[in-house]
Design a protein around this ligand. Structure first.
Ligand SMILES: Nc1ncnc2c1ncn2[C@@H]1O[C@H](COP(=O)(O)OP(=O)(O)OP(=O)(O)O)[C@@H](O)[C@H]1O
Ligand SMILES: C[C@@](O)(CCO)CC(=O)[O-]
Ligand SMILES: [Mg+2]
Length: 372
């Protein structure tokens, strides 16, 4: 073990276009949010592995000897997978990253709503991968003495991303990898079949985020879409192809907006793409009455919305034009809050996974992380 106390964080994400279709090899455009998950890892001599997840009211503590027995008892892979069902990704990661099971405490605290479409599972998996890889010495800790945050080099980020993908596989079943890629690299990405292209030339977008607060599981929704594709392949394939074309058109428009004067027509196209994609997502069976309400309410204010992430409730995004007046945003937010939703204007493009000094973490988050 290389460290005694380590803090890392990773951002959540919003998918502009391509959710679900991306699982089936189509393009997705996704962007990091300035809402993050924080993780504290502390090595100890207690002979225990403890994990504290206050966001989901889950607290575990196991004797290292108990975990060791389980690992050597049967075939390693089988044991690990049996484990996973009960004890989630931590043990999985521990078994493979460390040659000796270490004694440590991991605490996670997130600003993201859990299970709401903003990539909370990926941010969690990215943090866990980065912290455990660093603690084991597989990658260095990038924080310099005089800095408050540190970022890993490209090669280390690739390793973190690949482990985070394993975490997502446990939580999601069949993830595309787009969420953990955004959690790892941050910024805006084009994602296609595991290929990640950072989009550096994109305009500053104003986005309203709405959480319908309807709980849902990405795993269940991804499986639902797969069933539908298997049942109606000739009907669903064109829908997925159309979503792919929407992502590509959106990417082209965003790129044009950085090299020519932004016009109303650019925004008209972005809005139409949002509307069409929302219809497609309903066709895939991942809509929800609350998401319909979101679209209707924002439409009465001249704004366009779609679900983001896996759908079935959770969060939606609303595109704001640069000229959208503050009073319009305020009234829309109020209308949506009156529907029982959480709603806020958000900034996008936060940095990917990073290591922190305690000084760079908000006091209240630090207090929660050190409480256990
Ligand atoms: N802060 C956290 N602490 C512990 N577990 C978490 C945390 N955040 C996410 N998780 C795990 O991720 C699960 C939610 O993942 P899920 O993929 O369904 O939703 P999401 O990632 O928020 O949305 P989407 O995948 O649509 O972006 C939770 O049930 C929990 O197992
Ligand atoms: C629904 C989905 O496309 C996005 C979830 O944020 C699933 C995935 O890509 O793994
Ligand atoms: Mg998820």
């Amino acid at each position: 073990m290389q460290v005694s106390e380590l803090f890392v964080s990773a951002p959540g994400k919003a998918i502009l276009h391509g959710e679900h279709a991306v699982v089936h090899g189509k393009v997705a455009l996704a962007v990091s949010l300035n809402l993050r998950t924080y993780l504290r890892l502390e090595t100890s001599t207690t002979g225990k592995v403890c994990i504290n997840l206050p966001n989901i009211d889950t607290f575990f503590c196991w004797d290292v000897s108990e975990l060791k027995q389980l690992i050597t008892y049967s075939h390693v892979m089988r044991a690990v997978f049996k484990f996973l069902c009960m004890k989630r990704s931590l043990v999985f990661t521990l078994c493979f990253i460390f040659s000796e099971l270490p004694s440590l405490t991991v605490s996670v605290w997130s600003e993201l709503p859990t299970g709401a479409g903003l990539g909370s599972s990926a941010a969690y998996s990215v943090c866990l991968a980065a912290a455990l890889l660093s603690a084991s010495g597989a990658i260095p800790t990038p924080l310099k003495e005089w800095d408050h945050t540190g970022r890993w080099c490209q090669e280390d980020l690739e390793l973190i991303n690949s482990w985070a993908f394993q975490g997502e596989t446990i939580i999601h079943g069949n993830p595309s990898g787009v969420d953990n890629a955004v959690g790892t690299w941050g910024g805006m990405l084009r994602f296609l079949a595991g290929k990640i292209i950072p989009l550096n030339r994109v305009p500053l977008l104003r986005i309203l985020l709405t959480n319908t607060k309807v709980p849902r599981s990405t795993k269940v929704l991804v499986a639902r879409v797969k069933d539908k594709i298997n049942k109606f392949p000739s009907i669903m394939t064109p829908v997925l192809d159309s979503v792919d074309a929407i992502s590509c058109t959106c990417e082209k428009v965003l790129s044009e907006m950085t090299c020519e004067p932004i016009t109303g027509e650019h925004y008209n196209i972005l809005e139409e793409l949002i509307d069409i994609n929302q219809h497609h997502l309903n066709v895939m069976g991942v809509g929800h009455p609350t998401l319909d309400t979101l679209c209707q309410v924002t439409r009465t204010r001249g704004l366009h919305s779609k679900l983001t992430g896996a759908g079935g409730g959770g969060c939606g995004i609303t595109l704001l034009r640069p000229e959208t007046d503050y009073s319009v945003v305020q009234s829309t937010v109020q209308d949506l809050r009156d529907c029982g939703f959480d709603c806020w204007e958000t900034s996008i493009g936060g940095p990917g996974v990073q290591q922190h000094s305690p000084l760079s973490i908000k006091e209240e988050s630090l207090e929660i992380l050190r409480r256990y």
